[in-house]
Structures are given as structure tokens and as C-alpha cells.
Design a protein around this ligand. Sequence first.
Ligand code: ATP
Ligand code: LTN
Length: 344
Amino acid sequence: MDGKIILVANTPKERVLSGIQPTHESFHLGNYLGAIKQWVDLQNTNDAFYCVVDLHALTVETKPEDFKRRNLASVAQLIALGLDPEKCTLFIQSHVPAHNQLGWVLECMTGFGEASRMTQFKDKSQKAGSDRTVVGLFTYPILQAADILLYQANKVPVGEDQRQHIELTRDLGQRFNSRFGETFTIPEGYILKAGAKINDLQDPTSKMSKSSSSGAGVIELMDAPEINTKKIKSAVTDTGRDVTFDEKEKPGISNLLTIYSALTGKDISQSQADFEGKGYGDFKGAVAEVVVEYLRPVREKANELLKDEAHLNSLLKIGAEKAEAVASQTLKNVYDRMGLIPRG
Ligand code: ATP
Ligand code: LTN
């Protein structure tokens, strides 16, 4: 060394947190474009925490062997899609008990009316009927608030449908801070316009969702290329012949253009220009090709990772330890400020 001092700029990175439910064997294209794609981008420039929210998924009755497999399949897909456990903290929610603990505290600060206004709860409980709706579905957004506030997150990358849950999280964080003193960072939703809502290919005015459709209009990341090609080629299109973006008049074509544009990185007008003078058939064929080729390596990598469960478990252990270190500190502050006596 020649004795020079090198100064390194040390601006703290912003904290990011998000979660996804392991409710199915495969994520769908809406999950990827609405949320996971942003997770991958944000891990490079932020201190990012991502969790597979298995406790939230308990609101849907599932056989234990399916539940276990879906959790591991979720982790494998997240890594295959680009999450790097060296760059972000990837963990399973139930491995960090502070989520339930803070969840209870926040439940004690949430009004019954306030929770009753959550539209996702209203939709899901209306569909199931009150006798088949579990109480966990009602308190679900409060556990989600705990997930976020525990990590002092600044940004929460999610799809448009989660906006109301982020608002509730902000309200609860602010309520706690004003009653007990500054404890939580108040987060912002990170909801990108492009991809925030991918629609069902068979019903292009409703969001692509596994739980509310037959599946014919849902592109599953882990499905074989032939299945996805067929689904895209049978997508509902609109009257007219031109491939133009018009969400009102041409929801089907606009949805496919959104998907094409998000996966190719071209903006909507460039994407439209690719199909000038071409018909719907050519267009759907091209979208199918882009989707299938994008997903091919993802599916292969996820299947490869699933062959070595011990490796996945060791990555999750490291993630849980990193998450626990942050979460337990927040929980300790919360208990102290509320006057709970620490165990001697
Ligand atoms: P459900 O089948 O209950 O509707 P889901 O498919 O919405 O579930 P979640 O685990 O609830 O799956 O969502 C995971 C993430 O994917 C969330 O951030 C959500 O906003 C986003 N997301 C889900 N569906 C879409 C969609 N069609 N378009 C864009 N983002 C979506
Ligand atoms: N409700 C969310 C899943 C979720 C979540 C979170 C998202 C649970 N905890 C914390 C962001 C941050 C959903 O996507 N359906």
C-alpha cells in the first residue's frame, strides 16, 4: 500500500420486501410480470428480502404432501427466474416466528370495520360463503402488514391487486408510531404500470389468476411448451384485424401486446410496429414463441434445482437466519415500547 486512503461512498441501500403464496404447483405469467420480475431487478440495488408466505397459504386447505412440494417448487421457481440468494435474502415465512408475533400485535390495533373493508377478503369470502370462509382469510392482510413492517421496508414490489393491503400496512405502521413512538418505516408500494395487471387469456377483462378461472387462460411457468403455445393460440381476441393497443375496445389484443412487450423489452409502440400489416394469427404465433422461449430455461432450471432438496434447504436456512436477525430486533422494540416485560 502507498498510504493513500480510498473513500468509498456508503449510502445505505433501501430495504425492499415482498412475499408470494405457494398455493399452486406453478406460478403464472401474471405473478412473474406483476411482481417477481421487479423482485429480480430490485435485488441488485437494494437490500431485498423475499419470502414464500406459507402461513398465508394455509388459508387455502391443502394436503400436507402437496403443501410441502409447492413450497419447494416456489423457491426453485424464484431462483430459476433470477433471484440470487447471494444478492437477496430468500426465506420461508414460517421459519421466522416474529411474523406471527407481530401479526397478533397488529391485530389488536386494527378495527373490525377497517379489516372488513378489504376488497380481496370481500371477494374471496363472498365466493366461498361465510361458513366456508376461515377467520385467517379475514386477518390475512394484517399478517401481511407484519411481514412488511418487521423488515422496515421502504418499497414493496407487488401487482396492482395488492394496493389496498399496502395502504392498510401504512395505516397500521403510522398508528403504531404515533401511539408508541417511531418504530416502523412506512413503506410504499412499488407497482409498475407495465405488467401490473396481466389478464386471463380467455377472459381478458379479468386478472390472470389460478383461483378464479378454469385455467385455460392462465400461462403457468412450469407447463410444457406445447400447452402454453396452445393456450396462447386459443386466446380470445377481438373484432377487427389490426394489432393495436386499445384496452377498452381490444382487451384481448392489448393483453397479448402487454405480455409481448414485457418479455421482449420493446415498448408498446415498437411491439405494435412489429405486427403492422399482419393478422391476429401471425401475432398470436409470435407471442407464443416469445413466451415459450422465455420460459424454457426457467422451467429447466427449476426442475434441476428440485432434484437437490438438501441444497434448497441449506439456502433457506441461511435466508431464515438473515431474516430472523432483522425481524427479532424489530419485534423486541415493539414489545419494549408497548410495555411487555422482557423474559429475564
Ligand atoms: P389468486 O389465485 O388468489 O388470485 P394470485 O395469482 O393473485 O392468487 P398471489 O400469490 O396472490 O397470486 O400473488 C403474487 C403476486 O403476483 C402479487 O404481488 C400479485 O399482485 C401478483 N399478481 C397476481 N396475479 C397478477 C396478475 N394477473 N397480473 C399482475 N400481477 C399479478
Ligand atoms: N398478499 C400477497 C402476498 C403477501 C405479500 C406479503 C406481498 C404476503 N405477505 C408481504 C408483499 C409483502 C399477495 O401477493 N397475494
